[in-house]
Write a protein that binds this ligand. Sequence first.
Ligand code: ADP
Length: 621
Amino acid sequence: MTDHNLSNWKAVKLNCRAIAVWQKLCPGLFLSILTSSVFQALSPYVTIWLSARIIEELAGNRNPKILFRLVLIQLASSAILTLANGILNRWKSFKKHCSDRIHDKIYMEKMFQMDYADIDRQYIFDLYSQICQNNNLNGWGFRFIIPLFEEYATAAFQCLGGIGLTVSLFLSPVPKDSGFAFLNHPLCMIVITALLLLTAVLSSACSNRSSRYWSLYAPMTKLGNRYYRFYGRIMEYQKRMEDFRIYSQHENVYSVYMTRNTIFAPGSKLAEYARGPMGLWRAASRGILAVLTGITCIFVCLKYYAGAFGIGYITQYISAMSRLFQGVSDFLKHTGHLYANGGFLKTSFEFLDLKNAMYQGSLTTEKRSDRQYQIEFKDVSFRYPGSSRYALRHVSLKFQIGSRLAVVGMNGSGKTTFIKLLCRLYDPCEGQILLNGIDIRKYRYDDYLNLFSVVFQDFQLFALSLGENTAGKADYDHKCVMKCLEQAGFAERLSALPDGLQTYLYKEMDETGVEISGGEAQKIAIARALYKDAPFIILDEPTAALDPVAEMETYAKFNEIAGDKTTVYISHRLSSCKFCDEIAVFHEGTVIQMGSHEELVSDRNGKYYELWYAQAQYYTS
Ligand code: ADP
């Protein structure tokens, strides 16, 4: 999935594209890095140059006035540069901190925008999971762009500064009668420069060969990283702790975590690489760099010995040249990283470039004050992506606004799928769903979604305040939230909460947060559905945690609060559906019966009759 056979040009293009994404999402990030890199790379050269001047003066005229002035300039410049470095670093750290949060947003936004059906696909799961693993491994992908840019910029300025301070080394001729006049010959200059460049290039080529093993290793880390993400963080999921205790899972989990997550273990492939080629190439790179410094020293000393310049310049040239070569070596090394990152970015963009296949209509759903909407399923069939089995087959039904529709049937009969299609989380494979006679695909997607409030079977509340959970946003109408919570039967519990609507649910985000029971969570989820004030309210077995009597009471009460809203109840407990205007009985993906409770229960050969009497032992009335 991660392509490491990209052309260099393609890798550069992908990295530039990632920079453009960052620039758009986090303006000022690269500017802060660039300015900070200029100061960081050039400051040492100021010190090198001034130190050389001081040594020159000490070895030459020893003029106290000039020495005093030089020392003063040295101190002042170092103070100013340190201060500027500090300020710029602070700015850069702040921007980098912002980028940390933005990084997750890049993928989060895509997740929210992509077709819901795609989220279900194994291919998408694998793609996203690979992106997370690349990021976990070494920050490869989008996150890697930031240090890469920083190191590139620093290396580039380091090269520029180094060139600035060493140009005079080549331009200062040795005296003709020194016996070393050949050092002035242009050919000698060319040979020396070529030798220096060659060793710098060789050193970074060796370093790149070493780094390549990281990208070769990345695909092998997939499983280990999955173990790390799941088992390494298992303690963060309080809900799993009960099973943990009861089944004494800690030993088991610990041993799975330790033995199967072996990506950095001594016997792993990475360790093998590090002992072998990876380590050897790195050592070769360092060795060549040492040779380079040696050549530089010999050349500088020879020129000094022949009288081309004073002793102060020796420190200047040697220090500046070793920084210059380090800069060249870093620059080339990061070019290797840029190439490697291109492969990882290809995976990221493959995910971000996924097209939405779902047709986005343009009609607006009229905001009818009379809430007169009519829904019709016309011979709808549906298979989940990647599945060969039909979850719904030839479903046709119609329901009027303001009516109460109950959807019943055994587990796996297609009830939830019916709701998912109604809310357009998926489109039918065959047939049509009509809203007021028009195919729902023709309506604007966001507009259409606004028609529904759904309390799903496995609804999720968040570690946010009660008010934010109910309203689904931070800026909410307090009175309205209170009213909805009251209607959902949460008033008594609310009055006992320490901070009212501001009380946090759960303790993840606030240690004073409250833990709530399944029944209380269900009431909050219902209040959230009421707050949205959509014309359709759908309850998909949200009361599964309740006993049959409490469930029936909840439905009866809900029937009252739903008022003129069209309500769809899904339940496998038929007692709670008695009060509905119409009941649709699902069986193996098809609607096999439809009618009122009285009509259905009187059909002794029907499925409803069978289900009703099978459950009769639970009924109180
Ligand atoms: P119910 O709500 O009546 O229990 P569902 O609508 O959840 O039934 O499921 C209907 C059928 O679709 C079942 O056979 C189930 O296994 C299958 N199914 C549900 N969700 C998926 C999915 N995401 N991918 C593949 N098959 C699914």
